[in-house]
Design a protein around this ligand. Sequence first.
Ligand code: CA2
Length: 145
Amino acid sequence: MAVLLLNGPNLNLLGLREPELYGHDTLADVENRFVAEAAALGHPAQCFQSNHEGALIDRIHAARIDGTQGIVINPGGLTHTSVALRDALLGVALPFVEIHISDVHAREPFRHHSYLSDVATAVVVGQGVAGYRSALHLLCARLAS
Ligand code: CA2
């Protein structure tokens, strides 16, 4: 059962800017660990990052027919704005876990609302990049249930 890691706008800057908020690991570090951890759990994994809402939506649509069984997604700032991303995830009807590196509830009020959380299998916030591993485990538990 293949899993997909999606990262949204600006997450390509991981490890390069704002380490106090997002840590020192790069996106490549996060993706490599995700693929290795997924393999250890018996799941092939693919990773995709884009700064473009439409490209993320296209990748979610492709997941419907490429064997993907579940998605871990950090939608970045689109979390707080995108009905279209919500519609895409609901449209493909794949289970997904939402992850945020920072504690969005301890930040600006506009980060407190997510267009995805109420339809997510689980939401992980504020664990730093270790949250990607937690999100993967939550997704795999859902896939095994
Ligand atoms: O905490 C998270 O993971 C966020 O999804 C990150 C988004 C932010 O808009 C959300 O409210 C919470 C921002 C991603 C920006 O990523 C950067 C990483 C390193 C340096 C600069 C930006």
